[in-house]
Design a protein around this ligand. Structure first.
Ligand code: GDP
Length: 364
């Protein structure tokens, strides 16, 4: 599955947010730096209104949303790359993530200690980015040193790795994150496998006070500007409110949101933003038993999409009976769409589109 790591300085609201996301008390929120020590992993359902509509039409007995994983990563402080705070342990946890949700404190509250003694989310973002850049530099130096012997043996993979590491190193030494390096199509796979921290896409999460959730504040605006300049994404959220909402049932939550002047829970926006950040998309399988959403990267071929359900579906792939979501709705289901000529038989070369309703035919 796809993993987003939640990072941020201590006391910015990571655990509060993570708790709300996963509705567990596993990550204990407390007004104390370093309170979340183990990386906490939680799975969340990706909200998608289309799934309920499909299920209603097909009379599906069960609705199964697609899921995304969030990891609460503690211990990122100034000097972390030098072993401060929880030291280097957090780095490995970030390395394994596909994207980073960076929580920034945008709320003023004298009772909650800020590690730097002031609220300045843009400076906080730079602090963390610097740590990640330093960590990348250090690991690049180590890795290049380890490659020296292989390079002498004319190892092509090693040469490619070393060339890419050198490019990343040059960018970092010039004060730019590794994501600023332009990578060719042929190198993109090897580049990803380097798992550099500063190549991960970033979503800035502005944690604002309860009464600012709807309209944001000046701190959040400064972050939005910074994000835009970096080509990153940002969302405004109140972790406290999300925590409260996560304890309500659906109907109560809707009333609460209305009172606050919010159209949608912040978490839903956060999850969707994470999904977009990773260039993910959804296809559906729909039947009387269940209506289910599946996650694939944009540009995935039909056999690979089938493989998400089961490896055998990919190996034995014959074709995918395909109905676009809008056609499924317009035809009021599979039968209607079929009669309208909207069911297509797609082969191995088909690139699955967001919202496709698929039925795979496979051998074995
Ligand atoms: P972490 O160290 O980043 O995981 O931060 P926590 O989630 O543990 O939060 C640290 C403290 O800040 C806790 O006392 C939270 O209740 C408090 N906190 C989190 N979000 C907000 C917020 O939006 N407003 C206020 N006033 N306090 C918050």
């Amino acid at each position: 599955g796809f993993k987003t790591g939640i990072v941020g300085l201590p006391n910015v609201g990571k655990s509060t947010l993570f708790n709300a996301l996963t509705r567990t008390a596993a990550a204990q929120a407390a007004n104390f730096p370093f309170c979340t020590i183990e990386p906490n992993v939680g799975e969340v359902a990706v909200p998608d209104a289309r799934l309920e509509k499909l299920a209603a039409i097909a009379g599906s007995r069960q609705i199964i949303p697609t899921r995304m994983t969030f990891v609460d990563i503690a211990g990122l402080v100034k000097g972390a790359s030098k072993g401060e705070g929880l030291g280097n342990q957090f780095l490995a946890n970030i390395r394994e993530c596909d994207a980073i949700a960076h929580v920034l404190r945008c709320f003023e509250d004298g009772d909650v200690t800020h590690v730097e003694g002031r609220v300045d989310p843009v400076a906080d973002a730079e602090t963390i980015e610097t740590e990640l850049m330093l960590a990348d530099l250090e690991s690049i130096e180590k890795r290049r040193a380890n490659l020296v012997r292989k390079l002498k043996g004319n190892d092509n993979d090693a040469a490619q790795q070393d060339r890419l590491l050198a490019e990343a190193q040059a960018a970092l030494e010039a004060g730019r994150p590794a994501r600023s390096v332009e990578v060719s199509e042929e190198d993109s796979r090897a580049w990803r496998q380097l798992q550099l921290l500063t190549t991960k896409p970033i979503l800035y999460v502005c944690n604002v006070a309860e009464d600012e959730a709807a309209k944001g504040n000046a701190h959040a605006e400064a972050v939005a500007k910074m994000a835009e300049a970096q080509g990153a994404a940002s969302v405004v959220i109140s972790a406290k409110i999300e925590e409260e909402i996560s304890q309500l049932d659906a109907e109560e939550a809707e009333m609460f949101l209305e009172e606050l002047g919010l159209k949608e829970a912040g978490l839903d926006r956060l999850i969707k933003a994470g999904y977009d950040l990773l260039h993910l998309q959804t296809y559906f399988t729909v039947g009387p038993k269940e209506a289910r959403a599946w996650t694939i990267p944009q540009g995935t071929s039909a056999p690979r999409a089938a493989g998400v359900i089961h490896g055998d579906f990919e190996k034995g792939f014959i074709r995918a009976e395909t109905i676009a979501y809008d056609d499924y709705i317009a035809g009021n289901g599979e039968q209607g769409a079929k009669e309208a000529g909207k069911m297509r038989a797609e082969g191995k070369g088909y690139v699955v589109q967001d919202g496709d309703v698929l039925h795979f035919l496979h051998s074995g």
